[in-house]
Write a protein that binds this ligand. Structure first.
Ligand code: BG6
Length: 478
């Protein structure tokens, strides 16, 4: 519906920005840290864009004070970052590495001293290699206890300081890319294993949320889900069904488990029929049902549009555009369920990500009516090439992208959605896992590129000053 007047953002709205350890920190083997699976995966030829890795990244490990000072000037209310498990427990379990813990203690203290709310992501994909070697990481139920133990170290260390916790970042992405598309570690293509690994991650997520509540932590916890709302190509019932299939298999399949503790019915029927359903053990169903997230984190970048895809002659697994050349994404889908097609009504980035602010309003509306839970937007942003001209970065395209998404949130809140914060991806430029340094997202430009020998100088972009004004005025002009 069209509103005559949009509701104002509440005064305690968390206007923030985000990052992840591997993508910004560098210093992979400093102060006792050991390898994560990403430290090794990036060294396999052909896995990342031009062989880029996070050995230096944007050197946040050594420059966090400078980064926080710029956050303060920007006026950020919150900063979402992830903790590298291998700094805290270099082997994934065992003795706590005090030097590693101290880095995050210092960062959190620095944020608090600057009146910036720290939002901690416990896991943003950098699994300790030692646990991968010991029992296959996420493939084993042993990870549940190790993960909860790691999280408990953090809970005890930062109790009273950190109020918002993200359990797992984009479980749907790290499991599908890791076990179905082979583009993230451990680089496997095995659909049965993918659903099993995902089930173990669901149990882990539930167990850590329960631990947080058992400890009576003063704060809130929830997972961050990469939500891509699914559309139908048109009103042909088969295309509508294709969109329903995609929403069931790519969205409800995670969010229903987080919030109802149950897998969605049609998706499970499909998986059972194809011998892909996750294996339950005694107690699994109860564990999933028992955990109640306090909020749902949503990473929103785009929507997807679907058409029918017949069993005979339908398209299968496609590939991602990691080239930065618009229009190079290949069609993909699951025969008999759906295929993803290009939406003619919306524009795309150079990496073929669809730019759809209305989709964010739709996402928030769908979540609100299906789950009735407060949402924290934990990521939203535009990855593009940026150019430095006379020492400035005129990223008006990013401002346009972000402003239209903020407006969509305002509209969704006027519709009745409860949104507690907005975190742009990303704060500084950083390493894109598969796309190197050329796909930039930050408010703060960092002189780093695929040679990995940049000066690492920070330059606030035009979008930095735009966000500063937006925060100052609580987005009342949007
Ligand atoms: C999200 C991740 O999937 O999207 C981030 O949580 C990631 O870590 C971001 O960087 C953007 O993706 P990409 O592939 O453009 O770097």
């Amino acid at each position: 519906m069209e509103h005559k007047k949009l509701k104002a953002f509440p005064n305690d709205f968390l206007w923030g920005s985000a990052s992840a350890a591997y993508q910004v920190e560098g210093a992979p083997f400093e102060d006792g840290k050991k390898a994560s699976v990403w430290d090794n995966f990036v060294r396999i030829p052909g896995k990342t864009f031009k062989g880029t890795n996070g050995d230096v990244a944007v050197d946040h490990y050594h420059r966090y004070k400078e980064d926080v000072a710029l956050m303060k000037e920007l006026g950020l209310k919150s900063y979402r970052f992830s903790i590298a498990w291998t700094r805290i427990l270099p082997d994934g379990r065992g003795e706590v590495n005090q030097a590693g813990l101290k880095f995050y203690e210092d960062l959190i203290d620095e944020l608090i001293a600057n009146e910036i709310e720290p939002i901690v992501t416990i896991y943003h994909w950098d699994l300790p290699q030692a646990l991968e070697d010991l029992y296959g990481g996420w493939e084993s139920r042993e990870i549940i206890a190790d993960f909860v133990n790691y999280a408990e170290v953090l809970f005890n260390a930062f109790k009273g300081k950190v109020k918002y916790w993200v359990s797992l970042n984009e479980q749907n992405i790290f499991t599908s890319q890791g076990w179905s598309l082979a583009t993230h570690p451990p680089g496997k293509r095995d659909m049965k294993l993918f659903y099993q690994v995902n089930h173990i991650a669901n149990l882990t997520n539930a167990a850590v949320i329960n631990k947080f509540h058992e400890l009576e932590m003063d704060g809130q916890i929830g997972p961050s889900f990469a939500y891509t709302p699914q559309y139908a190509k048109d009103s042909d019932p088969l295309n509508v069904l294709a969109a329903e299939n995609a929403e069931e298999l790519y969205s409800h399949f995670w969010m229903d488990v987080y919030l109802y503790g149950e897998y969605p019915i049609a998706a499970m029927a499909y998986l059972r029929e194809n011998g892909l359903a996750p294996e339950f053990e005694a107690g699994d169903a109860e564990l999933l049902k028992s955990a109640k997230p306090d909020f749902l984190g949503i990473n929103y970048y785009q929507t997807a549009t679907n058409a029918w895809n017949p069993v005979d002659g339908g398209v299968g697994v496609g590939s991602f555009n990691t080239s930065g050349k618009k229009g190079t994404t290949k069609e993909s889908g699951i025969p008999g369920l759906h295929k993803k097609i290009q939406n003619p009504f919306i524009d795309r980035t150079n990496w073929d990500w669809e730019i759809d602010p209305e989709g964010l309003r739709i996402a928030l509306r769908r979540i609100t009516s299906r789950y009735r839970i407060p949402v924290m937007i934990t990521e939203n942003g535009l990855g593009e090439y940026d150019k430095v001209e006379d020492g400035k970065i005129h990223d008006d395209y990013r401002i346009k992208y972000l402003e239209s998404h903020v407006k969509a949130i305002k509209e969704a809140m006027t519709d009745g959605a409860k949104v507690i914060g907005y975190h742009t991806w990303s704060y500084t430029d950083l390493l894109s896992w598969l796309n190197g340094y050329q796909k930039r997202y930050g408010f703060v430009y960092v002189d780093q590129d695929e040679t990995m020998e940049g000066s690492l100088k920070r330059i606030p972009k035009d979008s930095y000053y735009w966000y500063q004004h937006l925060i100052e005025t609580n987005a009342e002009e949007v």
